[in-house]
Every structure is written in structure tokens, then in C-alpha cells.
Design a protein around this ligand. Structure first.
Ligand SMILES: Cc1cc2nc3c(=O)[nH]c(=O)nc-3n(C[C@H](O)[C@H](O)[C@H](O)COP(=O)(O)OP(=O)(O)OC[C@H]3O[C@@H](n4cnc5c(N)ncnc54)[C@H](O)[C@@H]3O)c2cc1C
Length: 425
């Protein structure tokens, strides 16, 4: 048993955990990052061999350290792994590797984190940043049990070689499925079998990568796509190749047969392998005893703040706060938002010696920011009084009153939002 009481324990040292670590360090909090594997690089080494990022290097950095090299290139998998490894050492983040978290329970106001082979760690708050890659989603399709061919998820796909000359069906029409389909179509006869038509997002627009525009318009920081709406990045090649049938695209097959699939028109076809590019599902078994998940294992949260367990936070959840939440470029922003929230909570806990003051501390922090806004505006008005003719003073004071009212309104709205956000605090 480690007797140190950390402000925070981060679980997982992928990009989400490292970004959280950066902001925790900036906030001056005492924390440690527990990582199950033997290095702080997340799931990147396990992704398929020819994976290249869909955002250029300039839009693929974690906070505080630009991605090295030509900012306009699209880095490949191993470059991302090297970048993450370097990130952890560059900022001397306190990562403990080979530390798999088995369970978390609450004792009073502290979290007790049980780590395989290492005993327990104690913390005031938790950031769960364990990603989703280790829990692929494979839907149950009719006839699956009778099919004798090979079935796998894209998570288990590495190179096209084992499929040379084969008939392959890929289920799914999002980026992962489509890009593996493109690669496989060079050596195999491939069909993308999709529930709905594939929708494309131009990789380049008016001479700029699409991420330039997403950032400029603020869209990257919002939830503007429905949960099931996936857009496939394309610089023209993907659409053209699919139109040419390499790979081709069909509606989702009706069922498996013993040696293949039956298409929606009733045609049966022999198929060597079916690859599911059907995404991932959150899987956080170590939180099961805390009441943080619903009965279907979905995380109960608002923008990364648990709505049922005070002091529990997340980074890297699918669409946690914006469309970019599960990307390299989005991890830093989400981590910053969460750490801001967490810091207030942890410091209040620390000051109270662990007594339950969370809601009051929270309300106090918001009210004091309202007063700070009000005082700043009054000071500005007084300053204006010295610089302008006396007849404009009244106007300045009215303006300041209006803006101050805005601050108070904003404060109230924030308070309402925070109450909603923090559930039963
Ligand atoms: C095929 C594919 C392609 C992608 N392409 C892009 C792209 O082009 N651009 C982009 O920005 N994003 C891309 N992503 C999305 C995203 O950036 C990655 O999935 C990224 O790895 C997510 O980072 P993470 O830190 O949330 O999770 P992970 O990278 O999965 O890291 C989680 C860490 O938690 C550890 N862990 C898990 N359980 C425990 C436990 N119980 N105790 C302790 N440690 C634990 C794991 O060992 C792991 O190191 C892609 C994802 C996939 C699957």
C-alpha cells in the first residue's frame, strides 16, 4: 500500500492520459499516471502497419509540444508512437508502467485504486483515460455461427498479405473500414458492405487541409455530427476508386451462409473473410463498483465530468465534448477543460480535509468570478472617467453596468449549467 494521497490518479498513458498529465502538471497538482503496458504510447503500436494520420502534423499535436518535422505531412503510426514516448519524457510526466488498474472503490472522500501486483494507491480524484481500442464492437448478424470462413475486427488487421487473392467483405463505411478496404483492394477482391451510403469529407478545400477550416470555423470544437454520422476523409482518390469498384460497395448483407454471405437481393456468394470495421465500445470494468456506468456499461458523464461520482473525470471518450475528442488534436482541449474542473474540486477537498464541501466550493468559485468581473468593469469605467470628458462618464458607467449585468447573467447560467453538469453534487 502506497500511503501518498495524490490529488489525482490518471489511468492510462495514451494521448488522453498524457494530455491530462500535461495540464495537471501545469496546474501544480500532485498526480501519477498508471499504465498497464510497458510504455506510455497508448494503443498506437497496435494499429495497422500502414496507418497514416488523417490530420497533418501541424494539427496533430498534444499541448505544449508541436509534432516534429514537416508540419504539412501526414505522420505515420510509428511517428505517433515515437512522439508520445518523447512527450512523456520531455515533460517528465510521472508515469508508472506495468500498472494495470483492476478496481477502484471509494473510502470516505478518497478513491482507493487497486493495481495488479502493486497494491493500492489513494487519490482525491480520478481521470479515466483508458481509450476504447481494446474493446472492439462486433454486431451479431444472422447466421454468424454457421459461417466457416475467417471473421475478424479491423482492430486485429495489420497488413494485406494474409488476404492475397481472397474474396473479402468488410462491414462498415467509416474511415477505418474504408481505408483498410482501399489497401486490401490492391491484393484482394474486396466489397465494403455498409448500412448506409458512405459520406465524404474533402481532405483539402481551397488549397488548405480540411483541419485548417475546421479549426478556423470552430467546428472542430463542437458536436456537429450525430453519433452514427461518419465522414470519410478523401482527397478524391477514395471516391474514385470505390466508383471504379476497387473496392466496391454494397448494402449490408442479409445473413452469413456456411461459406459466405447472402446479399440483400438474395444472391449467395462464397467469401473467404469478413472483417468488421464496426467501431469500438467503451469498456471500463475497473469503474464497475463505483456506480459510474449505466446497465449497458455506458459512461454517465457530461463533457468528461462524471454525473454520478464526484471527483471522477474522463479524457478520450468518444464524442466527450466535440467531434475531435478522440483525436490527437482534441485530447489537449478536453484535458484542459476537465483539469480546470478537477482542480477546483481537488483543492476544495484538500482544504476541507476531505469533508463534503464540494457543491459549496463550486458555487463559491463561480460567484467569486462574477464579482471579479463586476469589479473589473467598474475599474475600467473609473479609468475611462480620467481619460474622457465628464459628459461621457455617465455613458461609460451605463455601459459598465450593462456588461456587469452580462457577467452576472453568465455566472447564473454557468451555475445552472454546472448544477446540471455535476448531477447530484
Ligand atoms: C485504426 C485507428 C486509426 C486512428 N486514426 C487516427 C488519426 O488519424 N488521427 C487521430 O487523431 N486519431 C486517430 N485515431 C483515434 C485516437 O487518436 C486513437 O484511438 C488513440 O489511440 C486514443 O488515445 P487514448 O489515449 O484515448 O487511448 P489509447 O491509445 O487506447 O490508450 C489507453 C491506454 O490505457 C491503458 N490502459 C487500458 N486499461 C488500463 C487499466 N485498467 N489500467 C491501466 N492502464 C490501462 C492502455 O494500455 C493504453 O496505453 C485512430 C484510432 C484507430 C483505432
Amino acid at each position: 500500500m502506497n500511503n501518498t494521497i495524490y490529488d489525482t490518479i490518471v489511468i492510462g498513458a495514451g494521448q488522453a492520459g498524457l494530455a491530462a498529465g500535461y495540464h495537471l502538471q501545469q496546474a501544480g497538482l500532485r498526480f501519477v499516471i498508471l499504465e498497464a503496458s510497458d510504455e506510455p504510447v497508448g494503443s498506437w503500436p497496435h494499429y495497422h502497419d500502414n496507418l497514416a494520420l488523417n490530420s497533418p502534423a501541424r494539427y496533430s499535436s498534444l499541448p505544449g509540444l508541436p509534432f516534429p518535422g514537416d508540419p504539412n505531412r501526414y505522420p505515420v503510426r510509428d511517428e505517433v508512437t515515437a512522439y508520445l514516448r518523447h512527450y512523456a519524457t520531455h515533460f517528465k510526466l510521472p508515469v508508472i508502467t506495468k500498472a494495470k488498474v483492476l478496481n477502484i472503490e471509494q473510502t470516505g472522500k478518497l478513491f482507493r485504486v487497486l493495481v495488479a501486483g502493486r497494491g493500492c494507491y489513494l487519490a482525491r480524484t480520478i481521470v479515466a483515460a483508458t481509450g476504447f481500442f481494446h474493446h472492439p464492437n462486433i454486431p451479431i448478424l444472422p447466421g454468424r455461427d454457421q459461417y466457416r470462413g475467417r471473421v475478424l475486427h479491423t482492430a486485429a488487421y495489420h497488413t494485406p498479405e494474409p488476404f492475397h487473392g481472397q474474396r473479402v467483405v468488410i462491414v462498415g463505411g467509416a474511415n477505418g473500414a474504408v481505408h483498410i478496404g482501399m489497401e486490401l483492394a490492391q491484393v484482394a477482391n474486396v466489397t465494403l458492405s455498409t448500412q448506409r451510403p458512405i459520406r465524404y469529407l474533402p481532405q483539402n478545400l481551397l488549397g488548405q487541409d480540411i483541419h485548417f477550416w475546421l479549426r478556423l470555423t470552430g467546428l472542430d470544437n463542437r458536436q456537429w455530427l450525430g453519433e452514427k454520422s461518419m465522414l470519410v476523409y478523401d482527397s478524391g482518390e477514395v471516391k474514385a476508386k470505390i466508383a471504379a469498384g476497387r473496392p466496391d460497395q454494397k448494402a449490408l448483407f442479409q445473413s452469413f451462409t456456411p461459406d459466405g454471405v447472402m446479399w440483400s437481393d438474395g444472391h449467395r456468394e462464397k467469401v473467404d473473410a469478413v472483417i468488421f470495421g464496426t467501431g469500438y465500445r467503451p469498456h471500463l470494468p475497473y469503474l464497475a463498483g463505483l456506480g459510474a456506468l449505466d446497465e449497458t456499461e455506458r459512461v454517465l458523464h457530461q463533457r468528461g465530468v462524471s454525473t454520478t461520482v464526484p471527483g471522477l473525470y474522463y479524457v478520450g471518450l468518444i464524442r466527450q465534448r466535440s467531434v475531435a475528442s478522440t483525436t490527437l488534436r482534441g485530447a489537449g482541449v478536453d484535458a484542459q477543460v476537465v483539469v480546470k474542473h478537477l482542480r477546483r474540486y481537488a483543492l476544495a477537498q484538500q482544504a476541507s480535509g476531505g469533508r463534503s464541501i464540494t457543491h459549496k466550493a463550486h458555487a463559491w468559485a463561480i460567484r467569486s468570478s462574477e464579482w471579479a468581473g463586476l469589479i473589473t468593469m467598474m475599474r475600467l469605467a473609473l479609468k475611462e472617467q480620467h481619460n474622457t470628458s465628464p459628459r461621457l462618464v455617465g455613458e461609460a458607467l451605463v455601459r459598465s453596468a450593462v456588461v456587469s449585468a452580462g457577467f452576472l447573467g453568465l455566472g447564473s447560467a454557468t451555475r445552472l449549467y454546472s448544477t446540471f453538469e455535476s448531477g447530484n453534487w
